[in-house]
Design a protein around this ligand. Structure first.
Ligand code: NIG
Ligand code: FE
Length: 426
């Protein structure tokens, strides 16, 4: 018998999402559904997830073990939000107002607004102010079932302010139960002081920022906005080369609006992920499918930017790409922190099935941040990160559109959201 200090008992449905990651093709639709599902953990690590009979046969709750009643609820792995721009200051509500009146995201950027508005506000903020903002946002995310979040810098755009953003993430991680996966994104945009000398900024990145931040250990991934008008394919290659040499895993903002072969490039350089992919080419789809590079789709962006074009999720899945979904939480193109909403957008706007969307928000999302050995499914040995949703069945996670179904969140084997409210671990 295995001892357990936490038991989640009698869930109407338990989706273990167990199995090898990433899931590709038809396998993306397999969620490991167990009716009357039970799960148990010891010291924050899953020791059991399955049916009642197997639980009674193999698990012995320790004296004083916490039992969470799952009756009438749907349990699934905590969501992994694989792409966010969490540590920024300020907001862009005013610019959103302009967009509502017909301005495009690119028109704002060309007039020195957009990302640069947030760069100004983030540079002006102290590290502690950024920590406080991160904690507030992490609480909101946790209430929506996110238990692991990738978070990018990229609003500092100089060594000092990029470090400040990454230090804020490090500090927030010590103060909050959500796991943070930090990414250095100094190549988010060329800062205003280098606008006429972009070559200098690229040299600064390559010669100073990338090696120094690599040495700091503050971020495991490097990300670049590879897009016509931001960083060209050639510039992307150069930056990625330097980042690899400094020990970073590579992520690429690829084919968000206009393709310059970003997906192809991401696959070629062995990137961990290519993200956005609204404008990915047929060739890019094929290259991703044949690679280990995850295809992270961000359906909140075309929704929030009121675009009609969508990433070709069906094509990517059917071709065999490792498709994941994420919020892209940021102040400009996706002010969305809810993974349940993203799960719903996967179904309503990308033509994914509910099961595919669930796996894309959990197991494949864990793969997209290379944490698939620790999170993304409920299997012995992984972290006990579990959400209980107040819906009659898992299909209703999408069917009850617009609603946050998350009622209880367990992080590392501790209840951190109870009845829809944030609680201190018991
Ligand atoms: O993923 N594409 C670049 N970066 C973000 C937007 C950031 C911003 O607008 O502040 C994105 O869409
Ligand atoms: Fe982004």
């Amino acid at each position: 018998m295995t001892s357990a200090d936490l038991v989640v008992a009698g869930c109407r449905e338990l989706l273990t999402c167990a199995g090898p990651l990433p899931r590709r093709g038809r396998d993306l639709g397999e969620v490991g559904l167990v009716q009357n599902g039970w799960a148990a953990s010891s010291k924050g690590v899953v020791v059991y997830a399955g049916d009642e009979e197997g639980f009674r046969r193999s698990v012995a709750p320790a004296p004083g073990a916490v039992t969470v009643d799952g009756s009438g609820l749907v349990a699934l792995p905590g969501f992994v939000d694989a792409h966010t721009h969490l540590p920024f200051a300020g907001d862009r509500a005013q610019e959103f107002g302009l967009r509502v009146k017909g301005w495009t995201y690119q028109q704002l950027a060309e007039r020195g607004m957009g990302i640069l508005t947030t760069v100004k506000a983030t540079r002006a903020a102290s590290r502690d102010e950024l920590v406080a903002l991160c904690l507030k946002r992490l609480d909101r995310m946790l209430l929506h079932g996110t238990t692991t979040v990738e978070a990018k810098s990229g609003y500092g755009l100089n060594l000092e302010d990029e470090l400040k953003q990454l230090e804020a993430l490090r500090d927030a991680a010590t103060l909050h139960p959500v796991d943070i996966v930090p990414t250095f994104m100094g190549a988010h945009e060329v800062p205003p002081e280098h606008r006429d000398r972009r070559e200098d900024y690229i040299a600064l990145l390559v010669d100073v920022m990338i090696p120094e931040i690599g040495r700091s250990g503050l971020a495991g991934f490097f990300d670049v906005f590879s897009e016509p008008g931001v960083f060209s394919a050639e510039e992307t290659r150069r930056l990625v080369g330097a980042a690899k040499a400094a020990g970073f895993g590579i992520k690429v903002h690829a084919d968000e609006f206009v393709s310059q072969g970003g997906a192809e490039l991401a696959a070629e350089v062995g990137a961990v992920s290519a993200e956005h992919l609204i404008a990915v080419t047929e060739e890019g789809v094929a290259r991703l499918a044949a690679s280990d590079t995850a295809a992270v789709l961000l359906p909140g962006v075309p929704f929030f930017l009121m675009m009609t074009k969508r990433a070709p999720a069906r094509k990517l899945i059917d071709a065999g790409a490792a498709v994941a979904l994420a919020t892209d939480f940021n102040p400009g193109s996706s002010h969305i922190f809810s993974m349940p909403f993203v799960l719903q957008l996967g179904v309503f706007t990308l033509g994914m099935t509910v099961e595919e969307s669930i796996n894309a928000c959990t197991g494949n999302a864990a793969y997209a941040v290379r944490r698939q050995g620790q999170v993304g499914s409920l299997e012995p040995g992984k972290k006990m990160d579990l959400v209980l949703c107040d819906v009659p069945d898992h299909v209703s996670l999408a069917y009850e559109a617009g609603r946050n179904p998350v009622r209880t969140v367990i992080k590392n084997g501790q209840v951190v959201v109870d009845d829809g409210r944030r609680v201190a671990p018991r």
